[in-house]
Design a protein around this ligand. Structure first.
Ligand code: F6P
Length: 329
């Protein structure tokens, strides 16, 4: 039996995340398998406005499952926030009779999806959580987070080698915007001495006390993970403030930056991307709209996009924060 939905477009928007290509592949092939015409939109919402919408076949997603980034490219598009921008996007989709849209991205992407589908409800929209920040409610893990944290840990391990050889104190800044998930969990996984998070303010005095304790018990090197959203500033500011009060170690700073977003996706992200892409098309076939597909427990479930936006996934795991102190004595 032919599904009600005839034409589906897929786009990636916001920051790219490893696993997006595996997800695009799953969306395109699940659609084609079900007799649906599939389209790819390049550069996210900007591509909808620029009418950059291309047909996609099963072979157009060959040999991409292992690639980082997104073959569809991505962008952060201000124009789509305006009524005029949304109207142009709508007309471009309608000119191809597109009745289903799948958006892969983070909360900015979902805000666009919600506003668009409320205004034009004849195009059904399903969201897939794709961001390294792991901050979307309704999915235990977002696409790209697993690869990113493994990239971070690999980098910290390397820094530890040189920190220890020189008896140095390193401040390593990691991404996450206003979510401390990468910071907190990479601190545990790398054995860092301290972590500074956006969700909980740590004063410079508190940090210095912790580092001084380590020095007094003959720690030869120390690593402090600084999440980019910390209120006392970035890693350079914090390193400077610490150095003014505690000069025991030679101090260095590393900003991991965008290398955290690249690289071949882990098996976890390839499988997650495949499952979410497959599920998103099936939600459209069922006639659903304004839902996000996510991983909860080991099952793919849906949540309203509105709920995903109104909640924050990453609730500070107090036990992990406590552990960073206990395990780094
Ligand atoms: O949301 C993903 C993310 O990598 C954040 O961790 C970071 O704050 C932001 O994107 C960086 O964005 P851009 O690549 O636009 O500088």
């Amino acid at each position: 039996m032919k599904p009600n939905i005839k034409n589906i477009a897929v786009l990636t928007s916001g920051g790219d995340a490893p696993g997006m290509n595996a997800c695009i592949r799953a969306v395109v092939r699940t659609g084609i398998y079900n007799g649906i015409n599939m389209f790819g939109v390049t550069q996210g919402y900007q591509g909808l406005i620029n009418d950059s919408i291309i047909p996609m076949g099963a072979r157009s997603v060959s040999n991409i499952i292992h690639l980082g980034g997104t073959i569809l490219k991505t962008a952060r598009c201000l124009e789509f926030k305006t009524e005029e921008g949304m109207e142009i996007a709508y007309k471009n989709l309608k000119s191809r009779d597109i009745d289903g849209l799948i958006v892969i991205g983070g909360d900015g992407t979902f805000t666009g999806a919600r506003n668009f589908s409320k205004k034009y409800n004849d195009i059904k929209v399903i969201g897939i959580p794709g961001t390294i920040d792991n901050d979307l409610y309704g999915s235990d893990f977002t696409l790209g987070y697993d690869t990113a944290i493994n990239t971070v840990i690999e980098a910290i391990d390397k820094i530890r080698d040189t920190a220890d050889s020189h008896d140095r104190l390193f401040f390593i800044e990691v991404m996450g915007r206003d979510s401390g998930c990468i910071a907190l969990r990479s601190a545990i996984a790398s054995g860092a001495e301290a972590v500074l998070l956006p969700e909980r303010f740590t004063s410079i005095d508190e940090l210095v006390t912790q580092l001084a304790l380590g020095a007094s018990t003959k720690k030869s090197s120390s690593i402090v993970i600084v999440s980019e959203g910390h209120k006392a500033g970035g890693a350079y500011d914090i390193a400077k403030q610490v150095k003014e009060r505690f000069n025991h170690y030679d101090t260095k700073v590393t900003i991991l930056g965008h290398l955290q977003r690249g690289g071949s996706p882990s098996s976890f992200d390839r499988i997650l991307g495949s499952r979410l892409g497959f599920a998103a098309v099936n939600e459209l076939i069922k006639g659903n709209t304004r839902e996000m597909v996510g991983l909860r427990g080991n099952e793919i479930k849906t949540v309203k996009i509105e709920d995903a936006l109104n909640n924050h996934n990453f609730k500070l795991e107090g036990d992990l924060l406590e552990m960073t102190k206990v395990l780094s004595i």
